[in-house]
Design a protein around this ligand. Structure first.
Ligand code: PAF
Length: 269
């Protein structure tokens, strides 16, 4: 695997996995998916300051460069690209806005976060010009907004979603999980439990009630929960065909987000 600070012209189609480092099995599954699509797989590691509204969170974001290189190579990356700030943000860059949806759900609790995500992903796409870009479903609102942005600004790039990878306990893999104490990790199991319960329900109202069972866990502080329409990201009604439960909150100072598609698609008469 080539390790590069400056991206040289690739001249052949590549699949791209943008990351902020602290790689884990979830990222490795994205890289493996990328490898199924292209022989050339570029993985970028760039901790994007623009998407951190809380400077303390940015400072605490785990950084594990040597392990990243090992895990990326093991999963099939052919190029590991670690640009510095100037490479991504020279003087003149286009700052993107995530619009109304960027201010909902995650956006209520992380103002400006999605503007920062779209701005960096747009820049990364300009620089890498991949044929495919792979994003995890774990950050479902991010995936939705990037898919919209790519449709408008990068119609030649296919956005490929990849399923959330979970630990045996059900906890969605995240770079932030390393900050969970043993107690917090056990408490966090309730997130995937209520999502699984909710996903089984035949209708939106009972799915929402199942999700609200999160309040049983005293260590969990809720930011939001909702059943949304996967196609619009609006709050789902009983008529919505593709529904997804989304949830975010805090355990022991660590912010966790997760989501799950509802099993029952609406059957129309
Ligand atoms: O999901 C992430 O790790 C980041 O938001 C991304 C897409 C790499 C942009 O910095």
């Amino acid at each position: 695997m080539k390790e590069m600070k400056v991206l040289t012209d690739l001249n052949r189609p590549c699949a791209f996995v943008p990351t902020m480092g602290a790689l884990h099995a979830g990222h490795q599954s994205l890289i493996a998916k990328a490898r199924e699509l292209c022989d050339e797989v570029v993985v970028s590691v760039f901790v994007n300051p623009l998407q951190f509204e809380d400077k303390d969170d940015l400072a605490k974001y785990p950084r594990t460069p040597e392990r990243d290189a090992e895990l990326a190579a093991e999963a099939g990356a052919t190029i590991l690209w670690t640009p510095d700030y100037e490479a991504i943000y020279p003087n003149e860059i286009t700052k993107l806005s995530a619009g109304a949806l960027g201010a909902k759900f995650e956006g209520v609790h992380r103002p400006g976060h999605f503007d920062g995500v779209l701005t960096v992903v747009n820049r990364l796409f300009e620089l890498v010009q991949p044929r495919y870009a792979i994003f995890g479903e774990k950050d479902f609102q991010q995936l939705f907004l990037i898919t919209q942005m790519a449709r408008n600004l990068h119609p030649d790039i296919e956005i490929v979603p990849a399923p959330t990878i979970r630990e045996i306990t059900g906890l969605a893999m995240s770079s932030r999980n390393v900050r969970l104490s043993e107690n917090a990790r056990t408490a966090a199991e309730i997130i995937s439990q209520v999502l699984r319960e909710s996903a089984q329900k035949p209708d939106t109202a009972t799915a929402l009630l199942a999700l609200k069972e999160i309040s049983r866990e005293p260590l969990f502080t809720l930011d939001y929960l909702e059943i949304i329409d996967e196609e619009t990201f609006e709050v789902a009604s009983e008529e919505t065909e593709k529904r997804r439960a989304i949830i975010a909150g805090w355990i022991d100072g660590v912010r966790l987000i997760d989501n799950m598609a509802m099993k029952s698609a609406l059957v129309r008469a």
